[in-house]
Design a protein around this ligand. Sequence first.
Ligand SMILES: *[C@@H]1O[C@H](CO)[C@@H](O)[C@H](O)[C@H]1NC(C)=O
Ligand SMILES: *[C@@H]1O[C@H](CO)[C@@H](O)[C@H](O)[C@H]1NC(C)=O
Ligand SMILES: *[C@@H]1O[C@H](CO)[C@@H](O)[C@H](O)[C@H]1NC(C)=O
Ligand SMILES: *[C@@H]1O[C@H](CO)[C@@H](O)[C@H](O)[C@H]1NC(C)=O
Ligand SMILES: *[C@@H]1O[C@H](CO)[C@@H](O)[C@H](O)[C@H]1NC(C)=O
Ligand SMILES: *[C@@H]1O[C@H](CO)[C@@H](O)[C@H](O)[C@H]1NC(C)=O
Length: 778
Amino acid sequence: MQLNWKLALALLAVLCLQLAQGSELNWDAASGPEMGLQMAAHLAPSTPKDVQETAAMAVISRVIGERSSQLFKVQVNKNMDLRSFQISMLDDGRILLMGWDGVSVCKALHHYLKYVLNKDVDWFKMRIELPTNLQLPNVTIESKSASPIIYHQNVCTWSYSFAWWGIEQWRRHLDWMALMGISLTIAPVQEAIWVKVYTDMGLRMEEIDEHLAGPAFQAWQRMGNIRGWAGPLTPAWRRYQLLLQQEIITAQRNLGMSVALPAFAGHVPRALKRLNPESTFMEVQRWNQFPDRYCCGLFVEPTENLFKEIASRFLHNIITKYGSNHIFFCDPFNELEPPVAKPEYMRSTAAAIYESMRGIDPQAIWLLQGWMFVKNPFWTTDMAEAFLTAAPRGRILVLDLQSEQFPQYELTRSYFGQPFIWCMLHNFGGTLGMFGSAKLINSGIEEARRLPNSSLVGTGITPEGIGQNYVMYSFTLERGWSNTSLDLDSWFTNFSHSRYGVKDERLEQAWLLLKNSVYSFRGLQKMRGQYVVTRRPSFNQEPFTWYNASAVLDAWHLLLTFRAIIPLEDNRYEIYEHDLVDITRQFLQISADQLYINLRSAYRKRQVSRFEFLSVKLLKLFDDMELILASSRNFLLGNWLQQAKQAAPNTGQQRNFEFNARNQITAWGPDGQILDYACKQWSGLVSDYYRPRWRLFLEDVTVALHAGRPFNGTAFKLKVSHEIELPFSNKDDVYPVTPVGNTWLISQDIFETWKGYSKDTLFLHNNRLSVPQKAGPK
Ligand SMILES: *[C@@H]1O[C@H](CO)[C@@H](O)[C@H](O)[C@H]1NC(C)=O
Ligand SMILES: *[C@@H]1O[C@H](CO)[C@@H](O)[C@H](O)[C@H]1NC(C)=O
Ligand SMILES: *[C@@H]1O[C@H](CO)[C@@H](O)[C@H](O)[C@H]1NC(C)=O
Ligand SMILES: *[C@@H]1O[C@H](CO)[C@@H](O)[C@H](O)[C@H]1NC(C)=O
Ligand SMILES: *[C@@H]1O[C@H](CO)[C@@H](O)[C@H](O)[C@H]1NC(C)=O
Ligand SMILES: *[C@@H]1O[C@H](CO)[C@@H](O)[C@H](O)[C@H]1NC(C)=O
């Protein structure tokens, strides 16, 4: 017995020594692509081949069902090129999916489903039903990713989209990630570990409770933006989240994905000062006017011994709980100004943070969000260079977070040699609204690859929220895989085929119209759900659009007219209905913007009867929007609220979970600090939040017009805030979780009602929505 112990200890010592020495990461002289390949291999988990094969086979079974999965054989082959796959037919007629890892095998399946069988997946449709007597076509396809690393997730996605998910929803999403070829992601859940670290250090539970934010706001508390808001978290929730995160990580590594773990950035509970009066703390600057109680936590200087101590305790614990792929993420200054504006300070800070990781894992790589550099005058070239070069080349990996609109790699000369990942952020707050920049993404990735001395090592997506504009995420990930630009017309045409499972010119046409309108955005405006329907009413809005609304109308008409060609098999009709709801919603959204321009002009010209006519129209528009949204399960407030309540560990907690869910999508803070930032065009919200708000506004303005006095916008703000916006978070009305009504009939009705609305004589006095001529980001 004792001998065994000694043996085990000896083995452990050898293991630790190996870990400590590590293989030399020597990519100082490597080009971007070379460094990418080395880094991808370095980060890949050492999951045995058979485990990856079993995991990939399980994905296939879930996606196409047990029976159909038997038509496929999978093989992981480490002799293949990194992130490559081969598809071929075996003599027994099965299709062999061979790939460098489990993820590549799943990507091969996706390719076969989409491009050979003409059936694509979607976030809302991860199950594909193949016909029973299907003869699988014999094809030979080889493909290799031009991106050594393919990244997905944003720290915010965990709050805006994943907040209430259990393992079932995660399974579907993990399957999707594998099918898309995702190789690197993050695991941000850390609260249970912090409680252990802080209690070990001597903090009392109530001191930790006032620090940790509620379940829908953890992302921003983790980054140090807020503290305590909508908390506290119960031990049961923390435990559950930890277990869930462990399960997710295991599933990811089983497929060969690498997972970046949280590291310590310096943000700590205020009470830590009580225990360490000698240490230097800075008060974090106020974020979005959050009141003292919920903001301005403390920041420990990374050069302090205390920092080292906390980092070491935290990292030890997190590696124990999660294992490690040698990559850690933390963001000391995300939307927070550093306390000192000197390059030497930036250098020593970054060096200390990197050292805190290296001290625990000599092979550590620091994954950093490049968000802090975006449009922030604080980060001069000197400051950015000092920060980024504080660690050896290849030891900081930057996520160029919103490359499609605000790429930073050029400003920072390719991050001064540090590797980066080109990411499409696309969405803020998980807001709805069709938009995207297909053309810019297509060319942007090419430019990043062609940049002289480019340190690009991968591509990816970093949405704050998912569940909208699926086409853009699908496109970006395929574009990142491809080593050349994609023919956009061809790609969108193919998308329409595999989306509806049928090749038809009219459906192709609908998607080409969308490609050339809503998905052709190029501009510097911040697209954050800033539409009339979802914004607080006022006369200060400047809605705009970058496309001709008639394109949306035409696409909608095509979809409506050719319903009969959508196959019912494999539930393709469900996807069609989803798209019909979305495009109806989109047209109503643009129409509301258009109505608003006219309402404003009627008000300014004191045209009372015209104003009243338009008011009735706008309220009718909200009713129609409510109706169409209610007909699809993917646009229901009821689901979001139900998921929140179901996630609560006990009934006592349900009220707080519901409060979290409601507050995040409306007031976002105790007093509407970032009001409507994460707005959702959902049934239930439209009827009980957006519409009442506009009704109140229209009534007040009408009264003012009749009285011949100016409308008092300040008074309205106070009123709407106290009567509608803030109370919404505390309500507990229950909303439907199943759709109501026939989508096609409703959409058709709305089409007939609204297609010619602009021809109403009282409507237009040539106050059209402006289509700005602004050039793209360059
Ligand atoms: C599949 O096609 C390839 C290439 O045409 C051919 O060599 C092979 O025999 C075919 N396999 C089967 C099982 O039909
Ligand atoms: C690229 O790197 C080489 C070698 O370090 C250097 O001589 C050259 O100036 C760099 N080019 C640019 C555009 O930075
Ligand atoms: C891009 O892919 C094509 C086709 O697979 C290949 O011939 C070419 O060499 C690749 N180019 C680069 C730069 O990898
Ligand atoms: C569209 O599909 C066709 C047929 O499978 C293929 O040849 C073409 O390359 C695809 N286009 C794109 C951009 O992927
Ligand atoms: C929008 O498109 C329609 C139909 O193609 C056209 O008649 C109209 O002139 C266009 N409007 C603008 C502002 O370009
Ligand atoms: C508008 O309302 C605010 C808040 O009620 C009030 O303080 C202000 O005096 C009003 N302004 C006018 C011009 O009536």
